[in-house]
Design a protein around this ligand. Structure first.
Ligand code: ATP
Ligand code: SF4
Ligand code: MG
Length: 330
């Protein structure tokens, strides 16, 4: 990539920030552990999400994806410290108090499909009761039409009408997932964070859920899709952000990422090569402990392109944080 293309990419980034529904800069989360240790769960994340856009956030287990989503909604535990900014409609989510987040952000401006839906459902209430209560709390639907609105929401998320009167403990993982998706869609929030919304679903339900989320974005909302399922991401994402050891190491348009060109970061290429319908070659080694990250590039011990230069951490430049990307940046 030459300097002109890199400058053009930076201009696109600036324009995207201006029009963004969500604009995240320098988002950092640290967990303080007993004994003075610190877990660097998220480091310096920058990204924007535009109306009508689906951004897929991908990366191996434990790389910080869910912590990032929890930080945006003020759902981190007490031992977490955050830094940076996350702007939605002029509100900095990271600086907002619990009252603001509870009253005007969660469910209203940002919907969440949580990664562990069963933990977010009240055990003594049926799915129907959850749905009707959410319709009441987040919409102006008159009382007489709430039952129908709840059933419509279930249908949108492919939750079967036959299970509407079930209690959370009676649901399989896949059904709990669909109930959570139905709940998250009710408020028609302009922004949706969906954390592994297709886990536990059969492939046809994966496609149906992914397509419903895509429709949600096509209506002008923003969708942050956190997923291990690169096939689902390829189906609906406009852009892909790859996270490794708490950092976003590459952001790329989905057509380039999943197309013939492929990503530029060696880790992102490794993720794709590990897929059964591609090279089916796993990335060697394991991700580092987030409480003991190296000074330089955290991927270096697993990276086929590593050199001495990689002992210094690379900054994110023109969409990729690597000293030796597949296609070099200016
Ligand atoms: N309360 C906490 N205290 C300390 N460390 C935590 C806490 N919550 C999460 N972590 C750590 O933060 C890191 C990121 O976790 P996170 O749940 O965001 O990963 P993830 O990318 O969502 O993984 P998965 O794909 O398995 O869902 C992990 O190393 C995890 O152990
Ligand atoms: S900076 Fe070096 S070690 Fe890190 S991904 Fe790039 S080439 Fe590999
Ligand atoms: Mg997670």
């Amino acid at each position: 990539m030459n300097a002109r293309v890199a400058r053009a990419l930076d201009a696109v980034t600036a324009e995207r920030a201006e029009n963004a529904l969500l604009s995240v800069r320098g988002l950092t989360v640290r967990f303080r552990l007993r004994g003075g240790r610190t877990v660097a769960a998220v480091t310096d994340a920058d990204f924007d999400l535009a109306p009508g856009e689906c951004l897929a956030l991908v990366g191996e287990s434990g790389c910080g994806k869910s912590v990032l989503a929890s930080a945006l909604l003020g759902l981190l535990p007490a031992n977490a410290e955050t830094a940076g900014t996350a702007l939605v409609d002029g509100t900095d989510l990271l600086a907002a108090g619990e009252k603001t987040l509870a009253r005007s952000v969660r469910g209203r401006r940002i919907g969440l499909v949580p990664q562990s839906p069963a933990a977010h459902l009240t055990p003594v209430r049926t799915v129907r009761a959850h749905l009707e209560e959410t319709v009441r709390a987040l919409t102006t639907t008159p009382r007489s039409r709430r039952r129908k609105a709840a059933e419509d929401a279930a249908d949108r998320a492919a939750f079967p009408a036959t299970h509407l009167d079930a209690y959370p403990h009676e649901l399989s993982g896949g059904l709990a997932q669909r109930a959570a998706t139905a709940l998250a869609l009710i408020g028609d929030a302009p922004l949706l964070l969906a954390d592994e919304p297709t886990t536990g679903l059969d492939r046809d339900l994966v496609e149906r859920t992914a397509d419903e989320l895509r429709r949600h974005a096509d209506d002008g909302r923003g969708l942050l899709l956190i997923t291990h399922d690169l096939t689902a991401a390829a189906r609906i994402a406009d852009r892909v952000a790859v996270m490794y050891a708490g950092r976003i190491v590459e952001t790329a348009p989905a057509h380039r990422f999943f197309g013939a060109t492929g990503p530029d970061h060696p880790y992102a290429r490794g993720l794709l090569d590990a897929l059964p319908d591609r090279a089916f070659t796993p990335i060697p080694g394991m991700p580092p402990e987030l409480s003991d990250l190296p000074e330089g590039c955290a991927f270096a011990p697993r990276c086929p392109r590593a050199t001495d230069l990689c002992a210094t951490a690379p900054a994110l430049h023109a969409g990729v944080a690597c000293h030796h990307p597949e296609r070099p940046r200016a």
